[in-house]
Design a protein around this ligand. Sequence first.
Ligand SMILES: NC(=O)c1ccc[n+]([C@@H]2O[C@H](COP(=O)([O-])OP(=O)(O)OC[C@H]3O[C@@H](n4cnc5c(N)ncnc54)[C@H](O)[C@@H]3O)[C@@H](O)[C@H]2O)c1
Ligand SMILES: O=C(O)C(=O)C[C@@H](O)[C@H](O)[C@H](O)COP(=O)(O)O
Ligand SMILES: [Zn+2]
Length: 352
Amino acid sequence: MSQSILFTKNISQAIEETLSLYTFDRLFILTDTNTHEYALPLLLDCPRLADAIVITIKANDTHKNIEALAAVWYELSNRKATRKSFLINLGGGMVTDLGGFAASTFKRGIRYINVPTTLLGAVDAAVGGKTGINFNGLKNEVGVFNPALAVIISTQFFVTLSCENLLSGYAEMLKHGLISGPAIYNKLLTLDFSDPDLDKLLLLVEESVKVKEEIVEADPFEKNIRKSLNLGHTVGHAFESLSHERHAPVAHGYAVAWGLVCELLLSHMQLKFPIERIRQLATFIYDNYGAFPITCEEYSHLYELMTHDKKNDSGEVNFTLLSDVGEIIINQTATKENIEIALDLYRDLFHL
Ligand SMILES: NC(=O)c1ccc[n+]([C@@H]2O[C@H](COP(=O)([O-])OP(=O)(O)OC[C@H]3O[C@@H](n4cnc5c(N)ncnc54)[C@H](O)[C@@H]3O)[C@@H](O)[C@H]2O)c1
Ligand SMILES: O=C(O)C(=O)C[C@@H](O)[C@H](O)[C@H](O)COP(=O)(O)O
Ligand SMILES: [Zn+2]
């Protein structure tokens, strides 16, 4: 999978240089309502964007859906996009997932690049070629693997990000730390979110992207080791879908943070992952992210949601688990009973 990843302190220059590598007849920029307001102005001095056609969709994951996707297809079609046209996805993971899927399917595929504007987008969503939309109440139920030609990462965009969005991205960085090993993971636990050191954060971002890049390079289509990038997501996506059903959606990274704790509890039960490490992470997550409230009456529904996880086969729920920090064991099934015990333990740890 060839995908160039560029870190820059000058986003306009990086976009100019990247676009100079390609020829296209029409250039489109996809934003959501927030990135239109906060991120697009940072690109206004790019001469190559002067004639770009901006398409704007509603913000947030509730709009990562078939209606917003169709709206993008209509715009591309009505504005006469051809196979020689080019799309820039300017936004967080919602925009890069949906825009990547729109580009991959419009006229069977046009070229696109990602310019992530959230921490989560930079360290995870914009990188690695998973695109798609939510469908039928399930996360990323429809999509394709098709990487952006290039990903341009600039922390200039993070200035307008809320603390909630920084924390959401940080959860995916914690996941990268957990799968890579103590050297990165221990550093991540030392960042103080009441007064974050932004230089330190940038170094951690670069390390985090590298963790993802190397895994995707080794297994772009998630046949083996890429399943490690899904740590925390079997439970996390079930929490996220439940939050949408409740009409109180939680940010993806928050759901992943709580999912990580649940899946490490399963890891403890099935693979002896050290309990002290779980207490340490649960404290960090409780202090910074709070708790996702669940009751035991919701366990069966959460389990049903997990039966749709894309790692599953043969009717069993498939997890990526760890035997220790950095010790990944993929293709671990768990019984409904064990999953429910892990959820009980999660509620204990989070005072629910
Ligand atoms: N493809 C992948 O590999 C992958 C990986 C992780 C997550 N995801 C997906 O990514 C999505 C989550 O991404 P996200 O956390 O970036 O959410 P998001 O794109 O919804 O952005 C979060 C919020 O921040 C706003 N925003 C974006 N950039 C901003 C900026 N610079 N300043 C101010 N506000 C800004 C957005 O409009 C939105 O309201 C989920 O759909 C998740 O499933 C995909
Ligand atoms: O890149 C991957 O592989 C991941 O699993 C990264 C996840 O953080 C991301 O949320 C991804 O979209 C989840 O994919 P899914 O296949 O479980 O829908
Ligand atoms: Zn994720």
